[in-house]
Design a protein around this ligand. Structure first.
Ligand code: NAD
Length: 269
């Protein structure tokens, strides 16, 4: 049997961090090597498995250099400013990176792209297998429904989510736009209010719902005359994202550099 992949989890005390820890502990091909969180997190100094009643032998730390020493891959579900710090550290230690964090600026995305020339990186705003398939379905649908259909993207998430529209909604928008030869930056409409005038057929509209504990719902609506096509994905547990991130980690074995997404991980290109 191969040596288990040595995984570091950043944001280990967060909602995704907890889901990731549970999945790593359950996977014999992986071993928890490090657990990172911010300096003011109350979990610092405690065992990373404490909340699950597990003794992992890994202490939650904010010392990035220590956590990354001899690691294989860092899985990051934190905030963009933290991801940027972890990205620089991964380059320094030549550790591969899985970036699940959302809400990056265009400049930050360029930094990720540049860094991937030195370290193998999977960067995806949604790591679920179902959403990855949905992106492909949206591209196929957009190619067929390329005239006379208005495209609207509706997403719902829990009340704690801090960015909108979701990274997944934007990715779905990009998928539809690129299939139609449009640039999402030019055609996106983020919400409507007041006297908006008639809908411009070249636009792609976004609507955001926030509330309760919704893990993540996304619908891409193609509204034509006399019919509507709706492609919907609903996540019911964060395990779907965590399992996707672990699959992405294994996909990077043997790769030294390059920027990949879940389409690559699932061989959907
Ligand atoms: P959360 O708030 O529950 O957890 C965030 C974690 O990051 C916490 O442990 C927090 O202490 C840590 N953190 C925040 N700022 C930090 C900093 N400056 N330095 C170090 N650590 C810091 O959030 P969550 O629901 O777990 O989501 C985290 C991110 O993952 C969000 O961007 C979310 O949109 C994204 N997400 C992506 C996917 C996907 O499939 N790609 C799925 C779910 C969530």
């Amino acid at each position: 049997m191969l040596n288990p992949l040595k995984v570091v989890i950043a944001g280990c005390s967060g909602r995704m961090g907890h889901a990731l820890l549970e999945c790593v502990f359950a996977d014999a091909e992986l071993v928890l090597h490090g657990a990172l969180d911010r300096a003011d997190n109350p979990q610092l100094g405690r065992d990373a498995g404490e909340h699950l009643g597990e003794v992992s032998g890994v202490t939650v730390t904010d010392n990035v250099d220590e956590a990354l020493k001899n690691a294989d891959v860092l899985i990051d579900f934190t905030r963009p400013e933290a991801s940027m710090v972890y990205l620089a550290a991964c380059q320094k230690h030549h550790v591969k990176m899985i970036i699940g964090t959302t809400g990056f600026s265009a400049e930050q995305k360029l930094v990720i792209e540049a860094a991937s020339k030195n370290i193998a990186t999977v960067f995806a705003p949604n790591m679920s297998v179902g959403v990855t398939l949905l992106i492909n379905l949206v591209q196929s649908a957009a190619k067929v429904l390329n005239e006379g259909y208005d495209i609207e993207i509706i997403e719902a998430h829990h009340r704690h989510k801090i960015d909108a529209p979701s990274g997944t909604a934007l990715r779905l928008g990009e998928a539809a736009a690129s299939a139609l030869g449009r640039d999402l930056q030019d055609c996106a409409v983020y919400g409507r209010e007041g006297i908006t005038g008639e809908r411009d057929p070249s636009t792609i509209g976004f609507a955001t719902v926030r509330g309760g504990d919704v893990v993540g719902d996304h619908t891409v609506l193609f509204a034509g005359i006399g019919e509507r096509v709706e492609l919907t994905h609903k996540a019911s547990s964060r395990a779907t994202f965590a399992l996707g991130a672990l699959r992405a980690s294994k996909f990077l074995i043997g790769k030294n550099a390059g920027l990949f997404d879940m389409q690559d991980v699932l061989s959907l290109r």
